[in-house]
Design a protein around this ligand. Structure first.
Ligand SMILES: Cc1ncc(COP(=O)(O)O)c(C=O)c1O
Length: 338
């Protein structure tokens, strides 16, 4: 592994392995989403426009169309932010998804890391006053911590851009801490359709911000970067039917996660009280590799600043599927005992 910050869960899964490394919802795509994706493909003979998708997303979040920029996954948003300005003191709050940090470095910036200690709860006072950019995830990957909206709002100030990565917010029932409706000249909220709708290959995401900031970010975007299928998926996922299915999935993730966490507790494995579709567990050094040898992929955590090789991130799956992971973990502890 050359670049730890560019390492992601998908690199951990080989054919035939049980996948607990990639955090996408473990269930079939809704038929209406397949219909939309097909319609997007049918439109592939023309250059795409994301205008309709942006209007639908704006309506969904109670915002104006000028407040939305559709992106090729949330990942594109991080690259746009990295190239937006000559940041003097960009700060990334870790442990968190490392792509925003990598994008900033790629754009030539020196990143200041604010590394939160366990239990990884945001302390706004830990962010340097002179930070002109702050990036934070909510709920945070890989810790599963859901920061209160008010705590993140405390980071906002004149002359600073605060990026809140809400890629996993739709896994939180009711989304009580979302900042999508909050208006502030320096606030950028990024969202993703990848996880909740199980479409990493489509590359569908967006950001919400004040119109002036959206316009500046749009300037840096590669023309036509959002495909017709991604736009069609965005429109479809704004429907009432989608909202109901989204809520159902969020509740299901809570139930699946509870079962996983109860089993980990029974096995005496330390883990965090996650609010997302994954759980960060301290299984001990060497367990990641041993699980891998047993055909079970969990996400290594030592590539996240602030964590080490004793931690792994486990994707929440239906209990019947989770069994294979728990059985493999039990077999390892038996081996250790025997
Ligand atoms: C916290 C977080 N944000 C953003 C992304 C990027 O998502 P997308 O597929 O929308 O680019 C990921 C992907 O793993 C993620 O974990």
């Amino acid at each position: 592994m050359d670049e730890p910050l560019r390492h992601h869960g998908d690199a951990e899964v080989r054919a035939g392995m049980a996948d607990f490394a990639v955090n996408v919802y473990d269930g079939p795509r809704p038929p209406w989403l397949d219909t939309a994706l097909q319609a997007g493909l049918d439109a592939a003979g023309r250059y795409p426009s994301a205008a309709t998708a942006e209007a639908a997303l704006a309506a969904r979040h109670g915002r104006a169309p000028g407040d939305v920029l559709a992106t090729a996954g949330a990942a594109e948003a991080f690259w746009l932010v990295a190239r937006l300005r000559a940041w003097s003191r960009p700060v990334v709050v870790h442990p968190q998804f490392t792509e925003p940090h990598a994008a900033l470095e790629q754009a030539g910036h020196r990143v200041t890391e604010v590394v939160l200690p366990e239990p990884f709860v945001l302390d706004p006072g830990a962010v340097p006053d002179d930070a002109d950019l702050v990036v934070i995830g909510n709920p945070t990957n890989p810790t599963g911590v859901l920061h209160p909206r008010a705590t993140i709002e405390a980071l906002l100030r004149d002359g600073r851009v605060v990026v809140v990565d809400e890629a996993f917010m739709d896994a939180v029932p009711g989304e009580p801490e979302t900042l999508t409706a909050h208006r502030h000249p320096g606030l950028v909220v990024t969202r993703s359709l990848t996880k909740h709708w199980g479409i990493p290959g489509v590359r569908a995401g967006y950001l919400l911000a004040e119109p002036a900031l959206v316009a500046d970010l749009r300037t840096g975007q590669v023309p036509w970067s959002v495909s017709s299928s991604a736009s069609a998926a965005m429109v479809a996922c704004c429907s009432r039917e989608a909202a109901a299915e989204s809520d159902r999935r969020a509740e299901q993730i809570v139930a699946w996660r509870r079962e996983l966490q109860e089993s980990l507790s029974t096995m005496g494995i330390h883990h965090l009280p996650s609010q997302a579709s994954f759980v960060l567990a301290r299984v001990g050094e060497g367990v990641h590799g041993a699980l891998r040898d047993a055909g079970v992929a969990v996400r290594r955590a030592d590539t996240f600043p602030g964590l080490d090789a004793t931690w792994v991130r486990i994707a929440v799956r239906p209990p019947a599927r989770t069994r294979s992971l728990l059985d493999a973990l039990s077999a390892l502890s038996l081996d250790a005992l025997g």
